[in-house]
Structure formats: C-alpha cells, structure tokens
Design a protein around this ligand. Structure first.
Ligand code: G
Ligand code: G
Ligand code: MN
Ligand code: NA
Length: 255
C-alpha cells in the first residue's frame, strides 16, 4: 500500500503536525486546555485530515508509533506554553482503542517524558472512546489506571453516540465526559437536546465527573450551556483547530 509506506516515512520526516483547538472553562471564561488534533502535512497533497489516514494507521498498526509521536509532540508543546505564559494550560490527546492493545501505548515511556519535561500529570488529558471501554481487557484497565495514578485525566469522547452503557461510568474512573456535537447542535431550538444535555450534566456531576460540550458554534449555545452548569466548552464559536503559533496568538489576543 503506497499511502501506508508514505505515512510511515512521514512520521520520521516531521510531516505529522498537531493543530490545537481551545477548550474554555465556562465558569471562569478562561482557556483551560487545548485538544491536539493530528494532521499530515503532505509535501504534494497539502494538509491531510485524520479522517483520511487514522483508520489506515489503526488497521496497519502504525497507530502505535504515530500515537507515541503525537503524545510526545503534545507534551513538549504544552510544556513550552506553560513556560511562555506562566499558566497551567493542559493538552488533550486522542487515543485509539488499538493503542491500548499489548504492543500499544508505552505508558512507561510517556510518563517518563512528562517527568523529564517537569510536567504534572494534570497537564495532559487522554481522550478515549466508548468502544475502548466496551472492548476493554485487563490490559486496558491496567494502562488507564497507570495514567490516572500519574494524575493524567481521562475523558470519554463523543459521549452519547456510541454504545453508551452507563455501567462503564461505574466500572472505570472517568474524569470528564465530552458531550457529542450532535446534542449541542440546535440546542436552542430542540427541547430534546436540551433535556439530554441537562441530564448528562446532572448525572456527571453526581458521579464526580466534569463535562465538556463539543461543537459550540454560537453565543446562544455557549450561554445556555454555561447557565446549565456545563464545565467546559469547545467549538468554532471560540476557535477552530489551528497551528500552535496561531493558538498562542489567539490566546494572547483574547486576554
Ligand atoms: O479535526 P478533526 O477532523 O480534526 O478530527 C477528526 C477525528 O480524528 C477526531 O474525532 C479525532 O477522534 C480523530 N483524531 C484527531 N487527532 C487524533 C490523534 O492524534 N489520534 C487519534 N487516534 N485520533 C485522532
Ligand atoms: O476527537 P473528536 O471527535 O471530538 O474531534 C473533534 C472534531 O470536531 C474535529 O474534527 C474538529 O475539527 C471538529 N469540531 C470541533 N468544533 C467544531 C464545531 O464547532 N463545529 C463543527 N462542525 N465541527 C467541530
Ligand atoms: Mn476528541
Ligand atoms: Na468528539
């Protein structure tokens, strides 16, 4: 497979870059963290989005070195931002189920990188999916626990769209639920979406979790979610995912 061979080379060649989308603390209005979203800066084809290469990386096993590369790059970036701004910013990294399998994510290497960078675990959030919990093995639980023991927060991404079983929330220690964009769309016009968001927020808080609403595109959605007690917001209303430098400029211009 041509694309696969190219992707393999791209990792070593520095063509794998991260864009960052802010996550805003709705209680304080401050930017709390940024989600790292991977892109492939291809020399001929331009910027390739994850939807066009993550599945291939997963099925080929290349997701393991790719994921490690993403984690390291995100950790170095957040360390630099903290240094520059003096603020306790955090970075949120997406992790595929395949990265939790036996030869996957080397948690020891990742955690020693954080120590070398003098970063507390709380500077990093790992975004996992419901599918991971559904297919969970002993290995998955152990790796998740190692991360949590190091202070890393675990977020459940796209909540409500998959095979959401509420029993997962009891069985695994999850710090944050990310309400999928589907429920945030048309929040102001659709009373069912409002009811679902309210229920998710109440349940999360009762269970000791915080909530991130994704896909916020308007002032109305922002206002409603803030009033409903949602903890964090993410979406085009604040900013799209942008390069690291543009993220820093946006952050500074905002204050
Ligand atoms: O920006 P957007 O098109 O960037 O992202 C699309 C999807 O790609 C997201 O839903 C996210 O789950 C996935 N994705 C983005 N970056 C990464 C990454 O670094 N690793 C993995 N495994 N998935 C990612
Ligand atoms: O990891 P996850 O599935 O949550 O990835 C988030 C995806 O949603 C990325 O592709 C990102 O670019 C996209 N996204 C983030 N905010 C918005 C938004 O406000 N509107 C839309 N349409 N997409 C968004
Ligand atoms: Mn995500
Ligand atoms: Na999501």
């Amino acid at each position: 497979h041509d694309l696969l061979r190219e992707l393999q080379l791209a990792i070593d060649d520095g063509q794998i870059v991260l864009h960052y989308q802010p996550i805003v603390d709705l209680h304080t209005g401050c930017v709390a963290k940024a989600e790292a979203l991977v892109r492939w800066q291809h020399p001929d084809h331009g910027l390739i989005m994850p939807g066009d290469f993550i599945a291939l990386a997963e099925s080929s096993g290349l997701i393991v070195p790719l994921g490690e590369h993403v984690f390291m790059q995100a950790a170095h970036q957040v360390a630099a931002w903290r240094h520059q701004t003096g603020r306790e910013l955090a970075v949120s990294v997406n992790v595929s189920p395949a990265q939790f399998q036996s030869e996957g994510l080397n948690s020891t290497a990742l955690l020693s990188t954080l120590r070398e960078l003098n970063l507390p675990g709380a500077a990093v959030t790992i975004e996992i999916t419901e599918r991971l919990l559904m297919e969970s093995t002993e290995q998955t639980s152990r790796k998740l626990q190692e991360f949590r023991d190091a202070g890393i927060h675990i977020a459940l991404d796209d909540f409500g769209t998959g095979y959401s079983s509420l029993s997962y929330l009891k069985r695994f220690d999850i710090d944050l639920l990310k309400i999928d964009k589907n429920f945030v769309d048309d929040l102001t016009g659709n009373s069912q979406n409002r009811a679902l968001c309210e229920a998710i927020i109440t349940m999360s808080h009762e269970l000791g979790m915080k909530v991130v609403a994704e896909g916020i595109e308007s002032q109305e959605q922002h206002d409603w979610l803030r009033a409903a007690g949602c903890d964090y917001g993410q979406g085009y209303f604040y900013s799209r995912a942008v390069e690291a430098g543009a993220f820093m400029r946006w952050l500074c211009a905002r204050d």
